[in-house]
Design a binder for this molecule. Structure first.
Ligand code: CUA
Length: 123
């Protein structure tokens, strides 16, 4: 009798635990919050300077300028943003086609402006 009770307790315990696990996983999977990618612009580079994305997966780019106003431009990705001095902008992006894309700063920001770029690798 004692052993049977123990088994029931273990069974209910396991059931409760798996329900809790399922409960904590299912809503977050359904919510599908886009992944946030932080990119910092500072004379004369973006950090990080390479980001890997998955085709078809929406992301939010959180672009921050640490100094002056910078641009964030890529024609094939449809990006044409201005990151105001010492401010941030959030941009939603769902890359569709795998490949390597250059993003350039298209807002004159000083002597090294022409070299200010980064790469998105879409897989
Ligand atoms: Cu940064 Cu031009």
């Amino acid at each position: 009798m004692k052993t049977k009770t123990k088994r029931v307790v273990i069974f209910l315990g396991t059931f409760a635990l798996s329900s809790m696990i399922a409960g904590s996983w299912v809503p977050s999977a359904l919510a599908q919050d886009p992944q946030v990618i932080d990119i910092t612009a500072k004379r004369f580079a973006f950090s990080p300077n390479e980001v890997h994305l998955k085709a078809g997966q929406p992301v939010t780019l959180h672009l921050v300028s640490e100094d002056v106003t910078h641009g964030f431009f890529s024609r094939p990705l449809g990006l044409d943003e201005t990151i105001p001095a010492k401010q941030s902008v959030d941009v939603k992006l769902t890359p569709r086609t795998p490949g390597k894309y250059s993003i350039i700063c298209d807002n004159f920001c000083g002597s090294g402006h022409g070299n200010m770029k980064m790469t998105f690798v879409v897989e």
